[in-house]
Design a protein around this ligand. Structure first.
Ligand code: PMP
Ligand code: GLN
Length: 382
């Protein structure tokens, strides 16, 4: 393995899920729902499968899916041309990797917000660029953007800012004021923004998802990325997309076409159906996830964790120190065997494990009885 990929030999999700299976643990580690998406979407996939949509779809994605993505994006008041400004990808993961490979190279720096989704560091490395991390800071009861830290991280070599909101693993939803700062920095220093918006529909209470592309000066310098997995409970389908200006989409397409070329032929019309007709279903999912968040948060608090607030995504972070543990990483490796629950240590998503070592991430996109069983088991830690 080449040196630049040596830190990335396995993912925490693969390891933790394997450990959970080995110990028959309740898996609140890897984030995936345990119920299916909307029946209309599944029917559309079945119809496409039996209707002959089983060969290569067009390179940029099926036209009806690109048109549906354009209509969906309009809900934020932003227009994209379905032919030149939208590209369908193999999940958000490929969209992020292809964007970095197409737009950054050796000598470039990419600013990444820490903690960061694990594929970001590997994707920056595959592009040959360097990541520069800026940590979130705990302020006013939430994990907030470190505005001064972000300003200080911009150098003459900065090419792009990769930003994820709603944010995995902290559940932060960046505010308008925070995003204004990101946008102003991008404009001032002529940077590209790559936004990971896969949890765009999963925001709670009065939080609102604000796409960075809608901020002044950002439309044509933002590569906006999302995917169907989290919105419609189909994480295994791996249908994602990029919305950006024609030149940026053309660049990402140049990389994407030689990574997978295309994917998910019969799933693409089903996702088009979902974007057009199942957003009310996703709205119900959002409401039910908010209740699950409250259920797991209350259970974790009863079990002795210090729970951090979550405004979006389906993750909760909890501090293990009140239970007498110092290192959530060590605890995470013992938890499946010790009490039969799997969770993910937040420090694996960082370059500063010491600073983040007290937090565990739990996924609450599970049936209520699964959440309750996990809580019952976790209470044995006390
Ligand atoms: N970004 C974030 C922040 C995620 O949590 C995930 C994982 N679910 C992805 C990207 C990957 O999305 P996809 O499955 O569409 O590739
Ligand atoms: N996005 C999911 C998570 O953060 C898992 C994705 C994966 O397994 N690679 O848990």
């Amino acid at each position: 393995l080449v040196p630049r990929l040596q830190p990335f030999t396995s993912t925490i999700f693969t390891e933790m899920t394997a450990l959970a299976v080995r110990h028959e643990a309740v898996n609140l580690g890897q984030g995936f729902p345990d119920t299916d998406g909307p029946a209309g979407m599944l029917d559309a996939a079945k119809n496409a499968l039996f209707g002959g949509a089983n060969q290569y779809p067009p390179g940029p994605g099926r036209p009806e899916l690109r048109a549906a993505i354009a209509r969906h994006r309009r809900r934020y008041g932003i227009e994209y041309d379905a032919d030149t400004e939208i590209l369908v990808t193999a999940g958000a993961t490929e969209a992020i990797t292809a964007s970095l490979i197409a737009l950054t190279q050796a000598g470039d720096e990419v600013i990444v917000i820490e903690p960061y989704y694990d594929s970001y560091a590997a994707a920056v490395a595959m592009a040959g660029a360097e990541r520069r991390v800026v940590g979130l800071v705990e302020r006013d009861g939430r994990f907030a953007l470190d505005i001064e830290g972000l300003r200080a991280a911009v150098t003459g070599r900065t090419r792009a800012i990769l930003i994820n909101s709603p944010h995995n693993p902290t559940g932060t939803v960046f505010t308008r004021a925070e995003l204004e700062v990101v946008a102003a920095l991008c404009v001032e220093h002529d940077l590209i923004a790559i936004t990971d918006e896969v949890y765009e529909h999963l925001v709670f209470d009065d939080a609102e998802h604000l796409p960075l592309a809608t901020f002044p000066g950002m439309r044509d310098r933002t590569v906006s990325i999302s995917s169907a997995g989290k919105t419609f409970n189909c994480t295994g389908w791996k249908i994602g997309w990029v919305c950006a200006s024609p030149d940026l989409v053309a660049a990402v397409k140049a990389a994407k076409q030689f990574i997978t070329f295309v994917s998910g032929g019969p799933l693409q019309p089903a996702v088009a159906h979902a974007l057009d007709h199942e957003v009310p279903w996703a709205e119900e999912l959002r409401t039910s996830l908010q209740a699950k968040r409250d259920r797991l948060a209350a259970g974790l608090a009863e079990a002795g964790f210090a729970v951090r607030p979550t405004a979006g995504t389906y993750f909760i972070c909890a501090d293990v120190r009140p239970l007498g543990f110092e290192d959530a990483g060590e605890l995470a490796w013992q938890l499946p065997e010790r009490v039969g629950v799997a969770a993910v240590p937040v420090k694996v998503f960082t370059d500063h494990p010491e600073e983040w070592k007290h937090l565990l991430r739990f996924a609450f996109c599970k049936r209520n009885e699964v959440i309750d069983e996990a809580v019952t088991r976790l209470r044995k830690l006390q």
